[in-house]
Design a protein around this ligand. Structure first.
Ligand code: ME8
Length: 627
């Protein structure tokens, strides 16, 4: 038994959770459940990253305060985790006082140690990634919304830790995993490491944690976010709790946030005199075709759309079985269906049906007694195989070979199927019912053990399976042969994984998800109720208290309206005057940052940049209806 502290990234609350977020969180949950089953003392942390420019802009665009916005969006994550059976021990929000205090403490600590200094800085900043990027990175096209910024800021002497970090990575091969990511970080560290800008002037970003010794600044969102891993377990507040869990066994992350975790975070910890986490594990990406599934490209699958279709456990199974940790994996509905039908409907589902129906029909719904076997070789072989699997699975879990652990449990399922083929209980029942009873008992035992080994992946359906073969009362951690009590009543057989014939899943684009959430098609009647009009922009100006908003005056022919639009990052006010665009004219009047907005202008969200849907043809007159 050991202490086992594992974390997920804390997710941005600027949009809906998608399958990529669900993946990391389910992965952490499955690991947490396996480690609990092994007997480890587990602390599983997840949460949300609620400060920064992206969140500030998302709130502005919705006409909400930042706190209102984050309170609403955090619920989407928390509700989803509840539905996906996520068994986290804590949920940290970076806007909580318990977190803010620790961030401020850490800043002060580094300041007092002389690790921070002020300097003027000019550089390229990617708003979408919330960090300064190099010229080369800016040219790569991987970073969006790049702005040139010059300002006075606070810096952390990250560069002075470069050698120590390299030494640590060499001395601790398990520190960054898998190996390919470790090499990537070592490659990155071949260039001289720069100091890290850790402040943002409030004039540019007000939604953040104030720097205690420089109150005209808030701290950089990554400095804030990374600290969650120690604030949640009581750093600087509850030493006993902190020492109990720290250092973390695993920070699970996607490979998109490797540098921040494998370079910024360890050097911050070194400077503060805190031990480093044991392992930073960066998994691969879920791809849709050739692209990463992501919110900004609008190709993300909403987890609930898929789960509403097939249930939660099969999705958990698929995600865990399919991704070899560290590599990328492609999601397609066809592939999902194939895997579901082969592994769950055919192998696991059919075996459960075979056993439970047989017991229901021939033994009155009670587990038959175990008797001297007719074919002792087959029975011994099955028992030995199961014992091997039981030994192998924890080793595969400790080695982070989750897909192999699942495959081991599935091999046991297949082995039980083979055992039934050898014993042929449907023949035995006619000639020697006692032998048939024994065969069914042994098969049920094999399946019970397989189901228990799969329980961390499919906590709900494996419960049903166990109940259908008389194994519900057996302690879930009991993996020796002989757990089921003969005579136990079984639950009425019901197929745990009905075959899937089709699965129609459209990726939900950002625009679609706003209008037709849940993927439900809209009716013509509903569409007809929307009053769309051509309008001409006759005046435009910045809204004084909001970075991303413009106040537009639009003409509909004989009348004018005021519209507040979140396009200040994409259009200058001057460039808009004279443009004809499309207005949703019969929306309720909304108050955005204290200004009335009488309608909404249609725009296309092109990876975070808004492009107005224009109506430039001279025949499209202001006021004309669109439909
Ligand atoms: O980066 N495939 O938050 P975020 C697999 N707040 N995993 C994916 C994925 C995909 N296509 N897309 C997203 C942030 N993920 C910061 C983290 S931590 C101190 C701060 C998962 O909302 C993956 O775990 O952008 C990735 O690292 C994370 O979501 C990014 O979530």
């Amino acid at each position: 038994m050991q202490n086992f502290y594992l974390t997920t990234p804390i997710y941005y609350v600027n949009d809906q959770p998608h399958l990529g977020h669900a993946y990391t969180t389910i992965l952490a949950d499955v690991l947490a459940r396996y480690h609990r089953a092994i007997g480890d003392d587990v602390f599983f942390l997840t949460g949300t990253d609620e400060h920064g420019l992206k969140v500030q802009q998302a709130a502005e665009a919705r006409g909400k305060t930042e706190q209102e916005h984050t309170d609403e969006f955090v619920k989407r994550f928390q509700d989803l985790w509840d539905r996906l059976y996520i068994s986290n021990d804590d949920f940290i929000r970076t806007t909580q006082p318990r977190h803010k205090k620790v961030v401020q403490h850490l800043l002060q600590l580094l300041h007092d140690k002389g690790e921070l200094y002020v300097d003027s800085y000019e550089g390229l900043y990617s708003v979408s990634e919330e960090r300064f990027v190099t010229e080369k990175e800016a040219e790569s096209g991987d970073f969006k919304q790049i702005e040139r910024i010059k300002e006075k800021n606070w810096f952390f002497k990250m560069s002075s830790y470069q050698e120590r970090l390299i030494d640590h990575i060499h001395a601790n091969p398990q520190f960054i995993q898998p190996e390919s990511r470790r090499n990537e970080v070592l490659g990155f560290l071949r260039q001289p490491l720069k100091d890290l800008c850790i402040s943002r002037p409030k004039s540019r970003l007000k939604w953040g944690i104030e720097i205690p010794f420089a109150t005209e600044y808030v701290t950089y969102v990554w400095f804030d976010a990374l600290t969650n891993y120690i604030s949640a377990i009581g750093f600087s507040k509850d030493e006993e709790q902190f020492n109990h869990w720290w250092p973390a066994n695993y920070h699970l992350i996607g490979k998109d946030i490797l540098t921040t975790h494998a370079v910024y975070w360890p050097t911050m910890l070194m400077a503060a005199g805190i031990e480093l986490p044991q392992t930073i594990y960066a998994h691969g990406w879920w791809m849709m075709g050739k692209n990463k599934m992501s919110k900004s490209s609008g190709n993300a699958i909403k987890p609930l759309d898929l789960m509403d279709h097939v249930g939660i456990d099969p999705v958990r199974y698929y995600l865990m079985r399919e991704m070899v940790l560290g590599s990328d994996a492609v999601f397609t509905p066809e592939h999902f269906m194939r895997r579901y039908n082969a592994d769950l409907a055919n192998d696991l589902g059919n075996l459960t049906n075979r056993i439970s129906k047989f017991i229901w029909r021939h033994f009155d719904g009670r587990v038959p007694p175990t008797n001297p076997p007719g074919d002792a070789t087959a029975q011994e072989d099955l028992k030995r195989f199961a014992a091997d699997v039981v030994k192998r699975v924890p080793q595969q879990i400790y080695a982070m070979k989750l897909h192999e652990a699942i495959e081991s449990a599935m091999q046991l399922v297949r082995k039980v199927n083979v055992y039934l083929e050898i014993c042929q209980p449907w023949k035995q029942i006619k000639e020697d019912p006692v032998q048939a009873g024994n065969t069914m008992y042994q098969a049920a035992e094999g399946l019970r053990i397989a189901a228990q080994l799969l329980a961390p992946v499919m906590p709900s359906r494996t419960d049903n399976i166990r109940a259908m073969i008389g194994g519900a009362g057996v302690d879930i951690t009991y993996l020796e042969w002989g757990g089921i009590l003969p005579g136990t009543r079984i639950l009425e057989p019901e197929s745990p994984f009905p075959r899937l014939d089709k699965l129609q899943l459209e990726p939900v684009s950002a625009e679609k998800s706003k209008t037709a959430s849940n993927g439900v098609p809209t009716t013509f009647e509903a569409f007809e109720k929307v009053d769309l009009r051509v309008v001409e922009i006759v005046a435009a100006e910045r809204l004084h208290n909001a970075d991303s908003l413009l106040r537009l005056t639009v003409a509909l022919g004989d009348s004018e309206r005021q519209v507040i639009a979140g396009i200040a990052k994409d259009y200058t006010p001057e460039s808009l005057v004279g443009k004809k665009v499309i207005l949703v004219a019969n929306l309720e009047v909304a108050t955005i940052r204290g200004a009335a907005s009488e309608g909404m202008i249609l725009a296309v969200d092109n990876d975070g940049t808004f492009v107005l849907a224009t109506a430039d043809d001279p025949r499209m007159k202001p006021g004309s209806p669109v439909g």
